[in-house]
Ligand binder design. Structure first.
Ligand code: NYM
Length: 211
């Protein structure tokens, strides 16, 4: 893949209620306030037909085998890959709330094999940075609306956090572990500082793929 002056690709990851959505919004507002073309996306993208099935699964109105829902989450990313590539190459900076790593973390936490879970993610566009909002899941369960969706159980979130920590070690070259228990404004200052530098640095770099 070649690129002219491309946009940067930022991903937020973390357990449920770790503050990803707030921090994604703040980072998007930060770039927009500087006049940088910016687009926010959330995975799962629940509007597509695959996304609607995922939504039914997450809201407990539909049951599916673990393997099937795993592949649907991955397919949901693949169906937006052309759009992501087009936007980045057109110079738009993308801020994405959850990506392939959520796919791996949540399914490995159910007991499925890591390599099997990662396989359908290979070939997707690789983010320039992942901001991993990490804090003990016990600190998260008191946050609003916790427990409404599938997976929002403390014991399961502990397993998810363990997998995230493994991924964070493996992918340390572009993962930034952020202590999510800090105040919102402090988190934003730290994240926007890293993101602003990277946004400049990656402009002339080609897009990479997950290997
Ligand atoms: N989730 C999300 C997965 O299990 N696999 C995936 O690939 C993705 C993208 O969906 N509990 C799970 C994690 C969350 C849930 O995310 C929906 P959110 O950020 O709560 O809307």
């Amino acid at each position: 893949m070649s690129a002219g002056r491309r946009g940067a690709f930022f991903v937020f990851e973390g357990c449920d209620r770790s503050g990803k959505t707030t921090q994604s919004r703040l980072l998007a507002e930060f770039f927009k306030s500087k006049g940088i073309p910016t687009l926010s996306m959330i995975f799962p993208e629940r509007e597509s037909s695959i996304g609607q099935v995922i939504n039914s699964y997450l809201t407990n109105s539909k049951d599916l085998p673990d393997e099937v829902i795993h592949l649907m989450f991955a397919a949901n990313r693949w169906e937006y890959m052309n759009k992501i590539q087009k936007e980045l190459l057109a110079g738009t900076t993308l801020i994405v709330d959850r990506y392939s790593y959520s796919g791996v973390a949540y399914t490995v936490a159910k007991g499925l094999d890591y390599d099997w879970c990662y396989a359908p993610e290979r070939g997707l566009i690789k983010p320039d940075a992942v901001f991993y909002l990490n804090t003990a899941p016990d600190n998260l369960s008191s946050r609003g609306k916790y427990g409404e969706e599938r997976y929002e159980k403390l014991e399961f979130q502990h397993k998810v956090a363990e997998v995230y920590n493994r991924i964070c070690e493996r992918e340390s070259s572009y993962w930034h572990e952020i202590d999510a228990s800090q105040p919102v404004a402090e988190l934003h200052t730290r994240i926007s500082g890293i993101a602003e530098k990277l946004q400049q640095q990656v402009k002339g770099k080609p897009l990479d793929k997950l290997k």
